[in-house]
Design a protein around this ligand. Structure first.
Ligand code: FAD
Ligand code: NAD
Length: 405
């Protein structure tokens, strides 16, 4: 093989970090690197709940890819991946095709609506800069219309959030910061606004430490959020949602002007639709993060699934694991190109911190529980650490959060 061509699909956490690390691990003579992404910008999904509520501008969550990667080393292609023809080492794009010697699939996640009636049509999902922007504008439009549209109803000011996992709870935390501002701006009586979270499990944040989850629930309730636990969203309609309490036959309607679904995610449909063998839509990768069917194809981030040793449940899909996978992948490319054995990927979880708006948070970091301001500060440290790893001090100064403390 001449100089091998490495093609990376997706410029999220996994794809961006893999690209940046590959340019450091490999010299220009060792490989050609191409990065393909739908947009010319990289966005931080982990900040999108803030952009969706309108507590930060969406431009703070994104950065131009050309400002972060070394464009002398990386060929950037702005295009949408349609499918992967891995029998012929080819990626089919909306506007053409690309050949590869090695492929890295890092196409991330899609919202999972589990076939629930009406959700695709009548609910929003926090998935990208564009979907976050739509949610912010929709909520603001509801407030702007309330005093100007003769047909406006009180229920137009109700926001239903579907699911109280980490995304749902973080979004609720931003909403309780944002709604008082919107009320002031549009002369709306705060008592008219309802924020209702519907969660199928008997408690919020099902996989989280219980005392921290209760802290989050109590904090959000103190700010006016109503939780409907043990309750499932069964349908979304133009008027709101229909929900069902566990064990009940009855459906209850909650009228709402805005429904935001945070009830789950799944992998990008591209690997499965391209014929890769998958486990619930994800490529169950080998210890060095390759497809078991094709050792020239790697998968990282939310399109890959990795199991802890001897465990039945895989690691959850997070930015944290995507970043660590990207680092392992870049090192392994050096080994592969030098004919050396690869290093198996070993995940080192550092903990989880969930924001509850600007000044509150909960988290477990290296087995230490945090709440309140220290947790909120830790969340900003985590956000800035990623920027530091990706683009150095310059990127932290440009986009970081700690300077806003
Ligand atoms: P993504 O970050 O989803 O990136 C995929 C990239 O591929 C995107 O740039 C996308 O535009 C591009 N793309 C997709 N399809 C195509 C296509 N067909 N053609 C071309 N380009 C395409 N995890 C944490 O660890 N900590 C957190 O605090 C945290 N907070 C979160 C908050 C929210 C609101 C949400 C929704 C998730 C959060 N997560 C968090 C989970 C985390 O965001 C994901 O696990 C992570 O984004 C996965 O990274 P990735 O690189 O696999 O994919
Ligand atoms: P999730 O799958 O973790 O949570 C979805 C929630 O929706 C669950 O509590 C589930 O019981 C509930 N649900 C599902 N169907 C329902 C229905 N019909 N009616 C009512 N409730 C229903 O999804 P997520 O919160 O989007 O998280 C996705 C991934 O991103 C996870 O791996 C998570 O760890 C990660 N994440 C991490 C952070 C962080 O570290 N701060 C923040 C957000 C997301």
């Amino acid at each position: 093989m001449n100089k091998p061509k490495i093609v990376i699909l997706g410029a999220g956490y996994g794809g961006m970090m893999a690209t940046v690390r590959l340019t450091k691990e490999l010299s220009a003579d060792e490989a050609d690197i191409t990065l393909v992404n739908k947009h010319n910008y990289h966005y931080q999904t982990t900040w999108l709940h803030e952009a969706a509520a309108g507590t930060i501008h969406h431009d703070r969550t994104r950065m131009l890819i050309k400002n972060v990667i070394n464009t002398n080393r990386v060929h950037f292609v702005q295009d949408t991946v349609r499918s992967i023809d891995h029998k012929n080492n080819k990626v089919i794009l909306k506007n053409g095709e690309i050949d590869y010697d090695y492929l890295v699939i890092a196409l991330g996640f899609e919202s999972n609506t589990f076939g629930i009636k009406g959700l695709d049509e009548h609910a929003f999902a926090i998935r990208s800069v564009n979907t976050a922007r739509k949610i912010r504008e929709h909520i603001e439009y509801r407030f702007a219309s309330y005093n100007s549209d003769p047909d406006a109803k009180d229920s137009d000011l109700t926001i239903v959030v579907g699911g109280a996992g980490l995304s749902g709870v973080e979004f609720l935390g931003e909403l309780v910061d944002r709604i008082p501002e919107l009320c002031r701006e549009y002369d709306v009586d705060p008592k008219k606004v309802r924020i209702v979270d519907v969660e199928g499990m008997p408690f919020v944040l099902p996989p989280f430490d219980r005392t921290l989850a209760e802290y989050a629930q109590k904090y959000l309730e103190s700010k006016g959020v109503e939780f409907k636990l043990n309750t499932f969203i069964k349908e979304a309609t133009p008027e709101g949602v229909k929900v069902q309490l566990k064990g009940s036959e009855e459906l209850e309607e909650i009228k709402a002007g805005t429904v935001v679904w945070t009830g789950g995610v799944k992998a990008s449909h591209i690997p499965e639709d391209s014929g890769f063998e998958t486990n619930r839509g994800k490529i169950q990768v080998t210890p060095d993060l390759r497809s078991p069917e094709d050792d020239h194809v790697f998968a990282i981030g939310d399109v890959a699934v990795v199991f802890p040793p001897d465990a039945e449940r895989p690691y959850p899909p997070t930015a944290q694991i995507a970043i660590q996978e990207a680092e392992n992948l870049a090192k392994n490319f050096k080994h592969i190109l030098h004919g050396e054995p690869t290093e198996p990927f070993v995940y080192k979880p550092k903990g989880t911190v969930a924001s509850l708006g600007e000044k509150e948070a909960i988290g477990v970091v290296f087995d230490h529980k945090l709440t309140g301001k220290p947790a909120a500060a830790m969340k900003k440290v985590i956000d800035d650490r990623y920027l530091l790893m990706l683009g150095g001090v310059g990127l932290v100064l440009k986009k970081g959060k700690l300077k806003f403390l």
